[in-house]
Write a protein that binds this ligand. Sequence first.
Ligand SMILES: [Zn+2]
Ligand SMILES: [Zn+2]
Length: 367
Amino acid sequence: MRIQNWGTFWAIAGYHVALLVLLPFAWGDFNWATFAIYFVTFVLSGFAITGGYHRLYAHKTYDASPAYEWFWLIMSMLSGQMSALSWSNDHRVHHSHVDTDKDPYNINRGFWFAHIGWLFESKPLPIDNRIVGDLLKNKRVVFQHDHYGKLFLLVNGVVFGIGCLFMSPLASFVGCVLLRIFTIHHCTWFINSLAHMWGSRTYSKEQTAADNALLALVTFGEGYHNYHHAIANDYRNGIRWYHFDPTKWLIWTSSKLGLVSNLKWVNNIRIQRTLVKNDKQLLLERIRHEIDETAHEFRTKLEELSKNFEGKAAELNKAYRELKDATDERRRVLLIEIKQLRRELQAAWKSWVSLTELTQQRYALAH
Ligand SMILES: [Zn+2]
Ligand SMILES: [Zn+2]
């Protein structure tokens, strides 16, 4: 490892060592308040990164009122991940150059580089007007960037002070500050490391980002990273209602309370139609030179199943269009039809996904 960024190295290595050394001494002074303050600040720091830095600033998936922005810009100090401006600058480069040398947390350089090494080994990327020009026009974001150090000390100082009311200063420093920064750092870094290694690649097969429900549990819903890389301008990362994505629930609830608006999301059928079209093209291209007998079968099956899916999707769209001006009686019939078609469409989608996985395995195309 060739360290270029010594300041960051000493800060991060220093607090890890401090935590390790001090934890056994502080442990005895921990009480219910330590865990309560730890938990509340951990949740706030997580949402500040996923709901604020990531989905609001880096990807602009919704609009927020100034008060809402201020709240998360201040709460983000609990996570110690530099300013929203620097974070979004790095993150937008990550999306446009994923898995290449220009990707700041390129997973092809290994788990440790993507997880933490990139912070030490590379000089911080300069703030580029062509990348974050929109954020440079946001006065709140620029203020937070310009006063980062002071705000970080102030917010964490307040948390430390509150902790001291309930426990010894050592317990407050270790339990309410260091431990929280340690956990939120590693949880966020897992998105750059594990979420680019471990999971399924349903939506974007050409790159390393993967969907992983287990990782979603510790990353406030960001574990559905394959979908996110495929469709980054969706306020959701887990698009199914049962996907554990507390950040999407937070944004949705905030929109119902009138704090945020203009939530961007992509209709599920439209996503699947695009995917089937792209996957088919990609896989047929990849097995173009295969001459064994099964390749012919795969080609026929890819054509057949994609056509089946497309047909069902077209029928469903037609039924939805007709529903708009249907009479009451026709409406009742159509709703039953739509229910049936939705079921058939999901079955067609499932068969399509298994076929693409089978093709990838058979011809060693999986990432
Ligand atoms: Zn992103
Ligand atoms: Zn990523």
